[in-house]
Design a protein around this ligand. Sequence first.
Ligand SMILES: O=C(O)C(=O)CO
Length: 271
Amino acid sequence: MPRFAANLSMLYPELDFLDRFEAAAKDGFRAVEYLFPYSYERRELAARLSANGLQQVLFNAPPGDWDGGERGLACLPGREAEFREGLSKALDYAEALDCPRVHAMAGLVPEGVEREAVQPTYIDNLRWAAAEAAKAGRDLLIEPINTRDIPRFFLNRQDHAHEIVEAVGAPNLKVQMDLYHCQIVEGDVAMKIRKYLPTGRVGHFQIAGVPERHEPDIGELNHPYLFKVIDEVSAQCGWDGWVGCEYRPARGAVPRGSSDGLGWLRGLALA
Ligand SMILES: O=C(O)C(=O)CO
Protein backbone atom coordinates (compact mmCIF):
# COMPACT_ATOMS: atom_id res chain seq x y z
CA MET A 1 0.00 0.00 0.00
CA PRO A 2 1.19 3.58 -0.57
CA ARG A 3 2.22 5.66 2.45
CA PHE A 4 -0.53 8.08 3.51
CA ALA A 5 -0.07 11.55 5.02
CA ALA A 6 -2.86 13.32 6.90
CA ASN A 7 -3.69 16.75 5.49
CA LEU A 8 -4.13 18.81 8.63
CA SER A 9 -5.76 21.74 6.82
CA MET A 10 -8.75 19.55 5.99
CA LEU A 11 -8.77 16.59 8.41
CA TYR A 12 -9.73 17.06 12.06
CA PRO A 13 -11.57 20.38 11.57
CA GLU A 14 -13.22 19.67 14.93
CA LEU A 15 -9.84 20.31 16.64
CA ASP A 16 -7.56 23.32 16.96
CA PHE A 17 -4.85 23.15 14.33
CA LEU A 18 -2.00 22.30 16.72
CA ASP A 19 -4.04 19.47 18.27
CA ARG A 20 -4.49 17.82 14.87
CA PHE A 21 -0.91 16.44 14.95
CA GLU A 22 -1.68 14.23 17.92
CA ALA A 23 -5.02 13.14 16.44
CA ALA A 24 -3.32 12.11 13.18
CA ALA A 25 -0.66 10.13 15.03
CA LYS A 26 -3.32 8.40 17.15
CA ASP A 27 -5.07 7.38 13.94
CA GLY A 28 -1.86 5.72 12.75
CA PHE A 29 -0.52 8.38 10.38
CA ARG A 30 3.26 8.73 10.28
CA ALA A 31 3.30 11.89 8.16
CA VAL A 32 1.39 15.13 7.74
CA GLU A 33 0.96 17.88 5.17
CA TYR A 34 -1.02 21.13 5.33
CA LEU A 35 -1.44 24.35 3.42
CA PHE A 36 0.56 26.92 5.37
CA PRO A 37 2.75 26.89 8.51
CA TYR A 38 3.34 30.65 8.70
CA SER A 39 0.92 31.54 11.52
CA TYR A 40 2.93 29.32 13.86
CA GLU A 41 6.45 29.40 15.24
CA ARG A 42 8.78 26.95 13.52
CA ARG A 43 9.78 25.64 16.98
CA GLU A 44 6.16 24.92 17.96
CA LEU A 45 5.46 22.99 14.77
CA ALA A 46 8.72 21.03 15.01
CA ALA A 47 7.85 20.13 18.61
CA ARG A 48 4.41 18.82 17.59
CA LEU A 49 5.97 16.71 14.84
CA SER A 50 8.58 15.26 17.12
CA ALA A 51 6.25 14.66 20.10
CA ASN A 52 3.95 12.65 17.84
CA GLY A 53 6.55 10.79 15.78
CA LEU A 54 5.40 12.50 12.58
CA GLN A 55 7.23 13.61 9.44
CA GLN A 56 6.27 16.79 7.64
CA VAL A 57 6.12 15.84 3.96
CA LEU A 58 4.61 18.91 2.26
CA PHE A 59 3.36 22.47 2.74
CA ASN A 60 2.80 25.44 0.47
CA ALA A 61 4.77 28.60 -0.15
CA PRO A 62 2.92 31.82 0.81
CA PRO A 63 0.05 32.26 -1.70
CA GLY A 64 -0.42 36.03 -1.68
CA ASP A 65 -3.61 37.43 -0.14
CA TRP A 66 -5.44 34.14 0.58
CA ASP A 67 -8.37 35.75 2.41
CA GLY A 68 -8.71 38.20 -0.49
CA GLY A 69 -9.02 35.26 -2.92
CA GLU A 70 -5.45 34.89 -4.20
CA ARG A 71 -4.26 31.31 -4.75
CA GLY A 72 -0.54 31.61 -5.41
CA LEU A 73 1.84 34.08 -6.96
CA ALA A 74 3.94 32.00 -9.34
CA CYS A 75 2.21 33.06 -12.58
CA LEU A 76 1.51 36.68 -11.65
CA PRO A 77 3.40 39.31 -13.67
CA GLY A 78 4.55 42.16 -11.44
CA ARG A 79 4.55 40.05 -8.24
CA GLU A 80 7.97 38.43 -8.74
CA ALA A 81 9.59 40.06 -5.71
CA GLU A 82 6.78 38.89 -3.42
CA PHE A 83 6.97 35.40 -4.91
CA ARG A 84 10.71 35.25 -4.21
CA GLU A 85 10.36 36.57 -0.68
CA GLY A 86 7.64 34.00 0.04
CA LEU A 87 9.64 31.15 -1.39
CA SER A 88 12.64 32.07 0.76
CA LYS A 89 10.40 32.06 3.84
CA ALA A 90 9.00 28.67 2.82
CA LEU A 91 12.51 27.24 2.48
CA ASP A 92 13.37 28.49 5.98
CA TYR A 93 10.32 26.68 7.36
CA ALA A 94 11.16 23.59 5.30
CA GLU A 95 14.57 23.45 6.93
CA ALA A 96 13.18 23.89 10.44
CA LEU A 97 10.54 21.21 9.85
CA ASP A 98 12.84 18.92 7.84
CA CYS A 99 10.25 18.96 5.05
CA PRO A 100 11.54 17.65 1.71
CA ARG A 101 9.07 19.42 -0.59
CA VAL A 102 7.32 22.78 -0.98
CA HIS A 103 4.36 23.48 -3.25
CA ALA A 104 4.27 26.82 -5.08
CA MET A 105 0.65 27.44 -6.12
CA ALA A 106 0.39 28.86 -9.64
CA GLY A 107 -2.18 31.57 -8.99
CA LEU A 108 -5.19 32.88 -10.90
CA VAL A 109 -4.98 34.19 -14.44
CA PRO A 110 -5.64 37.93 -13.96
CA GLU A 111 -8.98 39.25 -15.32
CA GLY A 112 -8.69 40.38 -18.93
CA VAL A 113 -5.34 38.60 -19.46
CA GLU A 114 -4.90 35.64 -21.83
CA ARG A 115 -3.76 32.44 -20.09
CA GLU A 116 -0.78 32.08 -22.48
CA ALA A 117 0.43 35.57 -21.59
CA VAL A 118 1.39 34.62 -18.03
CA GLN A 119 3.26 31.42 -18.87
CA PRO A 120 6.67 33.14 -19.32
CA THR A 121 6.40 34.67 -15.83
CA TYR A 122 5.43 31.27 -14.41
CA ILE A 123 8.39 29.54 -16.05
CA ASP A 124 10.88 32.26 -14.99
CA ASN A 125 9.64 32.19 -11.40
CA LEU A 126 9.77 28.40 -11.24
CA ARG A 127 13.28 28.33 -12.71
CA TRP A 128 14.51 30.70 -10.00
CA ALA A 129 12.55 28.93 -7.24
CA ALA A 130 13.69 25.43 -8.25
CA ALA A 131 17.33 26.60 -8.16
CA GLU A 132 16.84 28.07 -4.66
CA ALA A 133 15.06 24.91 -3.50
CA ALA A 134 17.89 22.77 -4.92
CA LYS A 135 20.45 24.78 -2.92
CA ALA A 136 18.35 24.04 0.17
CA GLY A 137 18.05 20.34 -0.72
CA ARG A 138 14.26 20.50 -1.34
CA ASP A 139 11.91 19.65 -4.19
CA LEU A 140 9.59 22.32 -5.56
CA LEU A 141 6.09 21.14 -6.57
CA ILE A 142 3.42 22.47 -8.91
CA GLU A 143 -0.16 21.22 -8.83
CA PRO A 144 -2.88 21.21 -11.50
CA ILE A 145 -6.14 22.28 -9.79
CA ASN A 146 -9.67 22.17 -11.19
CA THR A 147 -11.43 25.43 -12.06
CA ARG A 148 -14.71 24.48 -10.36
CA ASP A 149 -12.94 24.73 -6.98
CA ILE A 150 -10.68 27.60 -8.02
CA PRO A 151 -12.03 29.51 -11.04
CA ARG A 152 -9.29 30.96 -13.29
CA PHE A 153 -6.54 28.87 -11.64
CA PHE A 154 -3.69 28.86 -14.16
CA LEU A 155 -2.57 25.21 -14.03
CA ASN A 156 -5.33 22.63 -14.55
CA ARG A 157 -4.03 19.63 -16.49
CA GLN A 158 -1.35 17.00 -15.94
CA ASP A 159 0.02 17.36 -19.47
CA HIS A 160 0.45 21.12 -19.02
CA ALA A 161 2.22 20.62 -15.67
CA HIS A 162 4.62 18.10 -17.21
CA GLU A 163 5.31 20.43 -20.15
CA ILE A 164 6.16 23.18 -17.68
CA VAL A 165 8.49 20.89 -15.72
CA GLU A 166 10.25 19.97 -18.96
CA ALA A 167 10.50 23.61 -20.04
CA VAL A 168 12.04 24.63 -16.70
CA GLY A 169 14.43 21.68 -16.87
CA ALA A 170 15.20 21.41 -13.14
CA PRO A 171 15.40 17.88 -11.72
CA ASN A 172 13.91 18.98 -8.37
CA LEU A 173 10.78 20.54 -9.94
CA LYS A 174 7.97 17.97 -9.74
CA VAL A 175 4.23 17.61 -10.17
CA GLN A 176 1.84 17.23 -7.23
CA MET A 177 -0.68 14.85 -8.78
CA ASP A 178 -3.99 15.32 -6.98
CA LEU A 179 -6.25 12.54 -8.23
CA TYR A 180 -9.36 14.49 -7.17
CA HIS A 181 -8.50 17.43 -9.44
CA CYS A 182 -7.30 15.07 -12.17
CA GLN A 183 -10.61 13.19 -12.25
CA ILE A 184 -12.66 16.41 -12.37
CA VAL A 185 -10.63 18.01 -15.14
CA GLU A 186 -9.61 15.12 -17.34
CA GLY A 187 -10.45 11.62 -15.99
CA ASP A 188 -8.68 8.44 -17.11
CA VAL A 189 -6.84 8.61 -13.79
CA ALA A 190 -5.28 5.13 -13.68
CA MET A 191 -3.79 5.55 -17.14
CA LYS A 192 -2.42 8.96 -16.18
CA ILE A 193 -0.68 7.40 -13.15
CA ARG A 194 0.77 4.77 -15.47
CA LYS A 195 1.89 7.46 -17.90
CA TYR A 196 3.40 10.01 -15.53
CA LEU A 197 4.71 8.17 -12.46
CA PRO A 198 7.52 6.41 -14.37
CA THR A 199 8.79 9.77 -15.71
CA GLY A 200 10.24 10.62 -12.28
CA ARG A 201 8.40 13.96 -12.44
CA VAL A 202 5.62 13.11 -9.94
CA GLY A 203 6.67 14.28 -6.47
CA HIS A 204 3.52 13.65 -4.45
CA PHE A 205 -0.07 12.41 -4.74
CA GLN A 206 -3.21 13.70 -3.07
CA ILE A 207 -6.63 12.06 -2.88
CA ALA A 208 -10.28 12.80 -2.06
CA GLY A 209 -13.65 11.42 -3.07
CA VAL A 210 -15.08 12.96 -6.25
CA PRO A 211 -17.08 15.14 -6.62
CA GLU A 212 -17.76 16.18 -3.01
CA ARG A 213 -14.15 16.06 -1.77
CA HIS A 214 -15.12 13.83 1.13
CA GLU A 215 -13.60 10.49 2.18
CA PRO A 216 -12.02 8.51 -0.69
CA ASP A 217 -14.63 5.74 -0.35
CA ILE A 218 -17.44 8.19 -1.16
CA GLY A 219 -17.94 9.05 -4.81
CA GLU A 220 -17.03 7.99 -8.30
CA LEU A 221 -13.32 7.06 -7.96
CA ASN A 222 -12.26 3.53 -7.02
CA HIS A 223 -9.34 4.36 -4.75
CA PRO A 224 -8.33 0.80 -3.73
CA TYR A 225 -7.86 0.09 -7.45
CA LEU A 226 -5.83 3.30 -7.93
CA PHE A 227 -3.63 2.47 -4.91
CA LYS A 228 -2.85 -0.89 -6.50
CA VAL A 229 -1.86 0.91 -9.69
CA ILE A 230 0.41 3.27 -7.71
CA ASP A 231 1.96 0.27 -5.93
CA GLU A 232 2.48 -1.65 -9.15
CA VAL A 233 4.07 1.28 -11.00
CA SER A 234 6.13 2.31 -7.94
CA ALA A 235 7.57 -1.19 -7.72
CA GLN A 236 8.69 -0.84 -11.34
CA CYS A 237 10.09 2.69 -11.17
CA GLY A 238 11.23 2.97 -7.55
CA TRP A 239 8.85 5.80 -6.53
CA ASP A 240 8.67 6.06 -2.75
CA GLY A 241 6.68 9.22 -2.07
CA TRP A 242 3.54 9.99 -0.09
CA VAL A 243 -0.19 10.18 -0.75
CA GLY A 244 -1.79 13.14 1.02
CA CYS A 245 -5.33 12.64 2.36
CA GLU A 246 -6.71 16.05 1.43
CA TYR A 247 -10.45 15.78 1.95
CA ARG A 248 -13.19 17.27 4.08
CA PRO A 249 -14.54 14.53 6.33
CA ALA A 250 -18.24 13.87 5.80
CA ARG A 251 -18.53 11.18 8.44
CA GLY A 252 -16.73 13.09 11.14
CA ALA A 253 -19.50 13.58 13.65
CA VAL A 254 -18.83 14.93 17.11
CA PRO A 255 -17.59 13.56 19.52
CA ARG A 256 -15.09 11.28 17.69
CA GLY A 257 -14.71 13.53 14.71
CA SER A 258 -12.61 12.79 11.62
CA SER A 259 -11.33 9.46 12.95
CA ASP A 260 -14.77 7.95 12.32
CA GLY A 261 -14.29 8.58 8.61
CA LEU A 262 -11.04 6.63 8.37
CA GLY A 263 -12.69 3.24 7.82
CA TRP A 264 -11.46 3.36 4.22
CA LEU A 265 -7.85 3.43 5.49
CA ARG A 266 -8.33 0.76 8.15
CA GLY A 267 -9.98 -1.42 5.51
CA LEU A 268 -6.89 -1.14 3.30
CA ALA A 269 -4.60 -2.17 6.14
CA LEU A 270 -6.70 -5.31 6.60
CA ALA A 271 -7.06 -6.07 2.85
O1 LIG B 1 -6.30 22.83 -3.38
C1 LIG B 1 -5.49 21.88 -3.40
O2 LIG B 1 -5.78 20.80 -3.90
C2 LIG B 1 -4.18 22.03 -2.82
O3 LIG B 1 -3.49 21.04 -2.63
C3 LIG B 1 -3.68 23.38 -2.50
O4 LIG B 1 -2.37 23.30 -2.11
